[in-house]
Design a protein. Structure first.
Length: 250
């Protein structure tokens, strides 16, 4: 600690104490007041410090003054209302307050002299740590904002991709449905054509069977006629009829 600073603080403290004594004299009742009101002041202190009076001050409703105690209470109220007592109380109060301020100031000055530099270094380090914490917090906040912005961008991009995928899926489904409908229509048309072709084939087979049956019947009858009719003219007539019938059936 700097000796010059120590002597300066000590001198200020001594001057402050001297000033307090000159202004406020002492922290007790003055000699002149005690010479004039000493007996009354002793009685006041005795009553004021008694347990009964303390209980009365704390709970006046539970401890109402009665008898001799009532006289003591009235005496105290009358005593503390005197201007001389009030002046003494004010003087003592300001003396005590002045000395509190003086002692606190000197204590702080001595403390600053003793631990001034270490304290300043500690405060500088603490301030630097706080600044570093603020900078780290600001950096973390910026990084969080950047990550949130990137996430929002990805979400927006994914939303666009999702909409595109959905659109392409709907288009693909629509194409497949159209192709399925087309294939179904083609299948129905093919089935209908096959049914018609099969019907025509069956009709053709039936017609051929009928024609074959008719031809066989005609040949049989012709053979019978050949057997029964011996003349050449009838035979030629039957051949002409058979030829005509074959032409009609074909």
């Amino acid at each position: 600690m700097n000796k010059q600073f120590l002597w300066t603080v000590t001198a200020i403290y001594a001057a402050g104490m001297l000033l307090g004594v000159l202004l406020f004299h002492s922290p007790s009742m003055s000699k002149g007041y005690m010479e004039k009101y000493g007996a009354e002041h002793e009685r006041y202190l005795k009553i004021f410090k008694s347990e009964m009076f303390k209980a009365y001050e704390e709970r006046p409703d539970l401890y109402p003054p009665q008898g001799h105690f009532k006289e003591d209470v009235e005496f105290v109220e009358h005593y503390v209302s005197r201007p001389e007592f009030i002046a003494e109380e004010h003087r003592i109060f300001w003396f005590v307050e002045f000395m509190k301020v003086l002692n606190s100031g000197v204590f702080i000055a001595y403390l600053a002299g003793l631990i001034g530099k270490p304290m300043l270094k500690f405060l500088d380090d603490s301030i630097q740590q706080i600044k570093s914490s603020f900078e780290e917090a600001a950096k973390a906040r910026r990084e969080a904002q950047e990550k949130r912005a990137a996430a929002q961008a990805k979400m927006s991009e994914w939303s666009a991709k999702e909409a595109k995928i959905q659109e392409e899926s709907e288009s693909t489904v629509a194409r497949h449905l159209a192709k399925i409908h087309e294939e179904a229509e083609n299948a129905q048309a093919l089935l209908k054509k096959q049914t018609e072709d099969r019907k025509q084939a069956e009709l053709y087979v039936a017609a051929r069977a009928i024609k074959t049956e008719l031809v066989n019947e005609a040949l049989r009858k012709l053979e019978e006629r050949y057997k029964n009719e011996l003349t050449l003219e009838k035979l030629n007539s039957n051949v002409d009829r058979f030829t005509t019938l074959m032409d009609r059936l074909s």
